[in-house]
Design a protein around this ligand. Structure first.
Ligand SMILES: [Zn+2]
Length: 292
């Protein structure tokens, strides 16, 4: 009697296999794109969002911010395994890639920073390339090229979407350049090491960064060192980031008489294709307020 349930199971399994339409387990032709974090996700919404048969999802929570020291979860690893392509910023931002590749060795990875000259500090690559809008354009094109290789049937649509968005980004870049061409001072102090590409693109000078990475509160000695640099350089504007506590910035402002403004590295925000451009325009207004 014991083998009857087993028999029943195999009969059911046989019936399911025989009558299931071919490929029913996966929607045929669906391309599942998973991005690592917010800026990459916004690129992908512009290149592949709202296309029939294409799913765009983001791995990290919208509140995660930069992925430095991100602890990848078992759920993240499952989502990476189930995606057709995992789109990453590169430059070391996704520090968990070794673990992810071990878990999902067959996964196709698109590194959007390919071909972008990377800045280094103390021999460590700085991954915040997207904050130079011309680099963001390269990332968008890399994404369209990569997706076109994976899904040639949709290549024309990916490339057309990318060029449409690149036009908007080029116009933004021009507004940033002209809006920041005429400033009283070009010296700024930023909160974490997110802005070297931005500063280089728009001719700003980062006199100091208050904390090297978000979440690491500067020590009393580091704070004192930053205060010294700001006093010597006569820096009047400190830029905190909306994602992180501005406590250290407030302490430094009190010590130096400098004013705290906000500069957004565009690592959190609403899931909307126009969000990156809006954040950068807000950054432009804030810089003009602080430095004109
Ligand atoms: Zn960062």
């Amino acid at each position: 009697m014991k083998d009857i349930p087993l028999l029943r199971h195999s009969v059911i399994a046989f019936l399911l296999a025989a009558f299931a339409p071919a490929g029913a387990a996966e929607k045929p032709g669906t391309l599942r794109i998973l991005t690592s974090f917010y800026p990459v996700y916004i690129h992908a919404l512009n290149v592949a969002g709202n296309m029939p048969g294409v799913e765009v999802a983001n791995m990290a929570q919208p509140s995660a911010g930069c992925l430095h020291d991100y602890s990848i979860t078992p759920g993240d690893l499952v989502r990476i395994s189930n995606a057709d392509v995992f789109v990453v910023n590169g430059g070391g931002m996704e520090s968990f890639m070794d673990k992810a590749m071990k878990h999902a060795p067959g996964i196709r990875v698109l590194d959007l920073s390919e071909g972008i000259p990377m800045l280094r500090e103390n021999n460590v690559v700085n991954p915040h390339v997207w904050l130079s809008v011309s680099n963001a354009i390269v990332q968008v094109r890399n994404l369209a090229d990569g997706l076109s290789r994976i899904d040639p049937a949709r290549a024309a649509a990916f490339r057309a979407n990318a060029e449409q968005y690149a036009d908007k980004l080029r116009a933004l870049d021009a507004r940033m350049r002209s809006g920041l061409s005429d400033l009283r001072t070009r010296d700024i102090v930023t909160f974490h090491e997110a802005f070297p590409y931005f500063a280089r693109a728009y001719g700003l000078n980062i006199a100091a960064a208050i904390a090297r990475e978000p979440g690491s509160e500067p020590s009393a000695r580091e704070l004192a060192g930053t205060v010294e640099i700001i006093r010597k350089a006569g820096v009047k504007a400190i830029f905190a980031e909306p994602q992180y506590s501005s406590r250290a910035a407030q302490v430094i402002a009190r010590e130096t008489g400098a004013t705290v403004f906000a500069l957004d590295p565009a690592v959190t925000g609403p899931p909307e294709p126009g969000a990156f451009i809006r954040i950068m325009e807000e950054n432009l207004r804030e810089l003009q307020k602080a430095l004109k």
